[in-house]
Ligand binder design. Sequence first.
Ligand code: 6AU
Length: 259
Amino acid sequence: QIPMKSFSTRAKASKNQSAIKLFKLMEQKQTTLCLAADFVKSQEILDIAQLAGPHIAVLKVHIDIVEDYNKDLIQNLKNLAKTHNFMIMEDRKFADIGQVVSQQFRNGMYSIAEWADLVTVHPVPGKGIIQGIGKGLDECSEDKGIFIVAEMSSAGALTTGEYVEKAVKEVADSEMVTGFVCQTNIFKDPGLIQLTPGVKLVESADDLGQQYNTPNAVVDKGADLIVVGRGITQAKDQLSAVLEYKKVLWEAYKKRVVE
Ligand code: 6AU
């Protein structure tokens, strides 16, 4: 277990507006849950956002898998986010040169820059990717946060060694960075957030390479914000699953706080 300061203390140490907002939101709602709403129908995303909204910090979507995408989905999602006080993450995992990323972020049918509070990027192109998101933000008034996918959860992921080190040292050297998507505590700055996916109540795997660790195991390895998808979306009783993950994760967080 890695002892850490509380989220409210870490909010004071952060230079990133989205991280500050997230730290405060997690503390206030007593939840570290980021729900992965990987559904292909708009209504399914809205239904789970309505159900889980009061108990989560972030609702994460993959907008490009939605079959019936339309602007109403975004408007309804934004309304739910406001009502229930959660942030919206588009897990786009941008991975191109800065110029193209700035367009993928701002243009195209999804206009992600208009509605996502948080996005994910691969560090593979180098720090130009952060500048690309910055350029896509030029006309935006609201704060946006970037999570760098430094370490993946899947079996045989190539995100190891020097790649991870350089992601932390070189690519993350920007006030636009909110934190890292990673499996272990790869950074020292207490103002950044560790987002960890690959989590289920029972250690297991799926048949396409995803690997699951338990809530306690990932929090002990530094996870601040924890992604749960199918552990909740495929549960018979989704609300009970949301409440159970929320409780187990919050208890694990409380145990590691030193202050
Ligand atoms: O709990 P699951 O397996 O149903 O869903 C996990 C979610 C999916 C993935 O796109 C995402 O977490 N994810 C990520 C993220 C958040 O960037 C990185 C990673 O290494 N593994 C992973 O599963 O929506």
